[in-house]
Design a protein around this ligand. Structure first.
Ligand code: UD1
Ligand code: CA
Length: 476
């Protein structure tokens, strides 16, 4: 069985990014650059091309070569790959050599080493599979991916002889004027025969810049008369990110791709130009996204929702048939049929159960709001648990913070909280209790009691009723 190991080179400092953040961790559509490359590698076995090449398997996780701020990168990327350390940043050839011990320690020793760079986030599993397949078909010593540029660029140029045979890759820094005009460039994906790779890398001389260039292996293979194969792909897929101008250009391409995928999957996006959706977002069919909306993180949205205009949703779960207008949601959970906004804010830990109607200028934080509850205007719920069918009158506030700690408020099912009620936590309001307008509730209110005033006092206790008074409690 022909097996391959994948090595991702990501040790570089990313000097041209001019950043304290390692290049591999710069976010792109909500995920670090390096994570996009790992996604592509994980997708290889499920690609169409790969299916025809069952002779190839990879029995292990990719190996990522780290160097600059290695610990920081590793802590963000986590356990989805193996890591090798490049102790000194001496170029891409040296980086690959740093992975040798890790590759050679793999359980089934790979015949092929697939190499890509951690700064080409648009790469797809399909194109990686094509390079592997061509490498296998041609029985080559080295196979690499090329692309065609239209204007000036900083990619290595692919130099071919009169018969079209690859002679070498020349980096722009060392290219002659004539070579700089070559339009075929190195996209930075390679397959090497492992048995050839290591001894050749060990013998690779330092270049004038004091570095070991991986690309110099191509010239060596050519001089040795080895079989060199190439695959040509769309350059767009292999755009490398060296600076923030390229980061923005790739971000735009990737976002367009993401939006198109959602549209093909049945999501209406009214204005793609002002809609930003991260790579990790899932959206159900027949949901409509209105202009000026940003949906980020691992957000999940159900079917038949209307989100926007002017809405941000981060790391939240939204059920089916919800309507969110001009509002902000962070780490919130909304069950089916919830409406929010305009101009409301669900902060982390907000849980709105089925058919909650949260109107304008309302804020919910770390609170469970029971099904069918109404809170239409100017209210704040923090650290609270509400039953079903509660009415939160305009201006209701849970006074949850006493200057030292956050305190909890419980409001029972069917309670009617009058306008401008202050609930001084910790406090419990029983089921079907009522607070009068402007009440300052600093003691527990028993079920069915009616309290008014400052501080609130009981004026009546209604008998528990058979048929729920919920409908009469509802206010518009
Ligand atoms: C490289 C190629 C160039 C190709 C281009 C495609 C070389 C010498 N040049 O140029 O032919 O057209 O990519 O995008 O390979 N890295 C390390 N350790 C190092 C140096 C770099 O791990 O010591 C990593 C970087 O983190 C980066 C990748 O290798 O992810 C490529 O390095 P970079 O400096 O961006 O190379 P380019 O100049 O883009
Ligand atoms: Ca690069």
């Amino acid at each position: 069985m022909n097996t391959y190991a994948t090595v991702v080179l990501a040790a570089g400092k990313g000097t041209r990014m001019r950043s304290t953040l390692p290049k591999a961790l710069h976010p792109l559509a909500g995920e670090p650059l390096l994570a996009h490359v790992l996604n592509a590698i994980e997708a290889i076995p499920s690609t169409e091309t790969f299916a025809h090449y069952g002779t190839f398997t990879s029995a292990h996780d990719p190996i990522v070569v780290l160097g600059h701020e290695a610990a920081q990168v590793e802590s963000v990327i986590g356990q989805r790959c193996l890591y090798a350390l490049q102790a000194e940043l001496l170029g891409t050839g040296h980086a690959l050599l740093s992975a040798q011990p890790t590759v050679d320690a793999l359980d089934s020793l790979p015949q092929t080493v697939l190499v890509c760079y951690g700064d080409t986030p648009l790469i797809s599993g399909e194109i990686l599979a094509q390079v592997l397949a061509e490498h296998s078909r041609r029985q080559a010593v080295v196979t690499f991916l090329t692309g065609h540029v239209t204007g000036p660029s900083d990619y290595g140029r692919v130099v071919r002889d009169a018969e079209g045979r690859v002679q070498e890759i020349v980096e722009v820094k060392r290219a002659t004027e004539e070579q700089k005009r070559i339009k075929e460039v190195n996209s930075g994906v390679y397959c090497f025969d492992r048995a050839w790779l290591w001894p050749t890398l060990h013998a690779l001389p330092r270049n004038a810049a004091g570095e070991y260039y991986l690309t110099d292996l191509i010239g060596i293979a050519s001089a040795q008369g080895c079989e060199i194969a190439t695959v040509t792909g769309a350059l767009e897929e292999t755009l490398g990110i060296n600076n923030r101008v390229q980061l923005a250009a790739v971000e735009q391409l990737l976002r367009q791709r993401i939006l198109e995928q959602h549209m093909y999957d049945g999501v209406t996006i009214i204005d793609p130009a002002t809609t930003y959706i991260d790579a990790g977002v899932r959206i159900g069919m027949d949901t409509i996204i209105l202009p000026g909306t940003m949906i980020t993180g691992k957000t999940q949205i159900g079917t038949g929702c209307r989100i926007g205009p002017g809405t941000t949703v981060d790391h939240s779960i939204i059920g089916d048939n919800c309507v969110i207008r001009n509002s902000a949601l962070e780490e919130a959970t909304l069950e089916d049929g919830v409406s929010v906004g305009p101009f409301s804010h669900c902060r982390p830990g907000a849980y709105l159960a089925r058919n909650v109607r949260m109107g304008n200028f309302a804020e919910v934080k770390n609170s469970y709001v029971g099904a069918e509850t109404d809170m239409h205007h100017f209210s704040y719920l923090g650290d609270a648990t509400l039953g079903d069918h509660v009415n939160i009158g305009a201006g209701t506030i849970t006074c949850n913070y006493d200057g030292k700690r956050k305190n909890h408020t419980n409001i029972g099912a069917g309670a009617f909280i009058g306008s401008d009620t202050m609930l001084v936590a910790p406090v419990n309001v029983g089921e079907h209790a009522t607070t009068g307008a402007g009440a300052v509730v600093n003691k527990d209110v028993s079920a069915g009691a009616v309290v008014v005033g400052v501080p609130a006092r009981v004026i009546r206790v209604s008998q528990p009723v058979e048929s729920s008074p919920v409908e009469s409690n509802k206010k518009e």
